[in-house]
Design a protein around this ligand. Structure first.
Ligand code: ZN
Ligand code: ZN
Length: 216
């Protein structure tokens, strides 16, 4: 979740979106940004309903055209001509890599990243970037990320994976990007225990955890 005092954006709505919003007492969400269509990033979409009830507005959901088409198929009942009363209300908005958006008071630039053979989005905000499900990053995105203040990037575990960075690969990429501070996310239980793994990481690289807050 990315927020300032006026706007709140959530990136991806996984299966535990509901528990996350309850845990953090999130009273409003102005928009949802989708990185890609995999189930662990979209399957919580039905739980935007309470926000619809509160705001009486459609929830803007931003994503690549391919991703929004997938969402329309998965959640067909939301997008019917005459949806069931009480069904979630979504406004799907197509976005293009490298075309910046203003969502309320927050500016964001979608970046292309490679998730195995799938092209997905990462999001660059002033001072920080959130990149998940990364296997590699194209040069254009790398240039935009170079020397960023805070980088949040995925690292799955230690073994090779066809569509995710493992820890070694993530650390190499982090060194190339050169953020002041980096947080690892989207970790598998096979990453190991926090105390053990954190102790091996270079200075400025930390394992993220549920409920972590970063102030800018
Ligand atoms: Zn994925
Ligand atoms: Zn994922």
């Amino acid at each position: 979740m990315v927020s300032d005092d006026q706007t709140t954006i959530v990136i991806d709505v996984g299966p535990d979106f509901r528990q996350q919003m309850l845990r953090e007492s999130v009273q409003r969400v102005d928009a949802i940004l989708l990185t890609h269509e995999h189930n662990d990033h979209v399957s919580g979409l039905d739980d935007v309903r309470p926000y619809n009830f509160m705001t009486r507005k459609d929830m803007p959901v931003y994503g690549l055209p391919r991703v929004l088409e997938d969402v329309r198929q998965r959640f067909r009942y939301i997008f019917e001509d005459n949806p069931y009363p009480g069904a979630p209300r979504i406004k799907a908005i197509e976005i293009t890599p490298y075309q910046s958006l203003e969502i309320g008071t927050i500016e964001v630039l979608p970046l292309r990243v490679h998730h195995g053979s799938l092209d997905i989005l990462g999001f660059l905000f002033p001072g920080f970037a959130y990149l998940t499900d990364v296997k590699s990053i194209p040069v254009r995105s790398l240039e935009l990320l170079s020397g960023i203040e805070i980088l949040i990037i995925s690292a799955l575990h230690h073994k090779a994976h066809h569509s995710h960075l493992n820890l070694r690969e993530a650390l190499d990429l982090i060194e190339r990007i050169g953020p002041r501070k980096c947080y690892l996310t989207h970790m598998s239980h096979e990453m190991g225990l926090y105390a053990h793994i954190q102790a091996q990481l270079p200075l400025g690289v930390e394992l993220a955890y549920d409920g972590l807050e970063i102030e800018l």
